[in-house]
Design a protein around this ligand. Sequence first.
Ligand code: MN
Length: 735
Amino acid sequence: MVEIDVEEENKEIVRRYRQLLRNAKPFLKENDSRAIRKAFNTALEAHSGTRRKSGEPYIFHPIAVARICVNEIGLGTTSIISALLHDVVEDTDWTIKEIERDFGKKIARIIDGLTKISGVFDQGSSQQAENFRKMLLTLSEDVRVILVKLADRLHNMRTLESMPVNKQYKIASETIFLYAPLAHRLGLYSIKSEMEDLYLRYTEPQVYDDLVSRIAANKEARNKFIKSFVRPIQRNLNDLDLDYVIKGRPKSVFSIYNKMKKQDIPFEEVYDLFAIRIILDVPIEDEKAASWQVYSTVTDYYKPNPDRLRDWISTPKTNGYESLHTTVMARNGQWVEVQIRTRRMDEIAEKGYAAHWKYKESDAGSEGLEQWITKVRDMLEQNDSSALEFVDDFRGNLFSDEVFAFTPKGELKTLPRGASALDFAFDIHTEVGAKCIGAKVNQKLVPINYTLKNGDQVEILTSNKQKPNEDWLRYVVTSKAKAKIKDGLKEDKKHIVDDGKELIQRKFKQFKVDSTVETLEKFKAYFNLNSLFDLYFRAGKGLIENDDFRRFKEYKPPNTLKTRPSTKISDAKSFEKEVVKVKSDDVLLIGEDMDVIDYTLSKCCNPIPGDNVFGFVTVTEGIKIHRTTCPNAPELLANHGHRVVKAKWASLHESSFLASMKIIGTDRVGLINDITKIISDELKVNMRSMSIDTDSGIFEGEIMLYVNDTRHLDLLTTKLEAVDGVVKVSRLESK
Ligand code: MN
């Protein structure tokens, strides 16, 4: 039994509470301390008698959370009160109504938000994601809910030691998965780093301890190096009569660990273990000029790496981060990152938006905050997909850095790194996105899946004939574009189905077929389709011909289901949902007796009807069909001749087979448009993907598309070769 000295403990509670008040004092207005006192007393009483896992009185926790709000985020009275009360409704008999009665509507709403978020993480992961989404929705009400929650989580991470190991793991994982990215997005840089470091400490304790001791061992040499590095800079800054501080900041354990893992290098080879930070004390109107003056001084002494200059002063990050970064070469040949910023920027970088509010007069901060909230809200409103997908999208946007690109008029767009020209188009306007056929980036023609680079000037090219297709989902990274494409596809499908329904009714009349539920079902069976929806869709796509209606009149549905060759693609995943369909009269005859046997089309050469083919008996996957021109054919025929069987297409009929083509030509505006027009409009061929490279006027494209047979492919080749600018069209043998 551990003896508890109640008197001593009560003294400690009061001591910690006073410390909180001292920290908060500079921000407090009249009556504030009385309200805080009331919240403290309420929490003290509500939690009295309860202890944390560590054995400490529970009240230590809300006090600590409130102190984080004040000291590390820079929040004021409302947040202090909310932090003190944050576990009261969740863990005690208190109700939200009582909180509202005693502390008003505003506080009650925040506590309500905080209570809802908590506990929800105990459920499964999908539940967790949904709740995280709800938590972000509360942002539109009061961003303090999120900030206090982050403070709460940070304190729980700091006191993780007393938790059982399995809980440690769970809490740490949630933190790295949800909270650290959120802190980052809010610009709470030091909270984010500490969360990451603590995550590592509890999930990989050995790695963590090892890194910490290596960093410590390195300290003396590092300090010496920093001293000599900054000496000439200091001398010069003194001459300029600037107020400044220089810090040599070691990078966080987690970021060093990450670098080692990502680049697969040992600790010794991580060169940027620290960054030099020069913090200036200048009035806000001189910030930019002074920062560049310091940049000029630094680069007078050390050669900068031009690829590593980052000017987040002219264009702050969306999380509000402002700073000027450069990486220069020290005398010993080592690259050193130098961050130049003012005291105001430094505070924002460390403490995030809350620090913005303190500098409200400058106005730049609150505008950024608004922008951010709008973005998050947009994302939440557009999302009708599953909650997990949402978190994926959200995390996608969080983890990636940002890329800046400009419209032709010079308007700046900030998109997540990895965003494509198509993302850019959707960012401008949904209509622009939906009709996008390509773009001109820095005057050069690029395809819609071009990945944007910083500083690109992007002019979106559109066509009224264009509309979104499934492939587009793979070309975009922003949640907005994804949601809009999905909407477009849904809409499109609906139109096609409506058209198809009408067409079938019309044709039935024309061919004198009674349009009843039975005949429709029979017609569905005729095509071997699963649903009427599929039937209408097929009709709407123009894939049902007059012949089909004619033949259908004679058609008797079989009593027993005939075995039919089922066509499989060896790697179903790579073909996604696009299933290659072989109609019952498109059979492949295999073996000496030319029987209809089960087979799969090999992925290495994608045979299509009309190709010369052979079958190859595999050990585990049955018979695989290869083209005789397949690059693997010589080896198969030479070494495993006994496993080769004859195969022949029995008839050529309309079906879809995947083929890739290569197009080479000279680049010109509208070329892509002309090519896609021939493919999809004139020949009604479905494109699966298209990638295009243009280099100094030479255009090289690879298109994967669905064709019926070799004759169809030949026709397409001839047509494409006739396009102005196209030099050569060829079928890729292996793709
Ligand atoms: Mn708590």
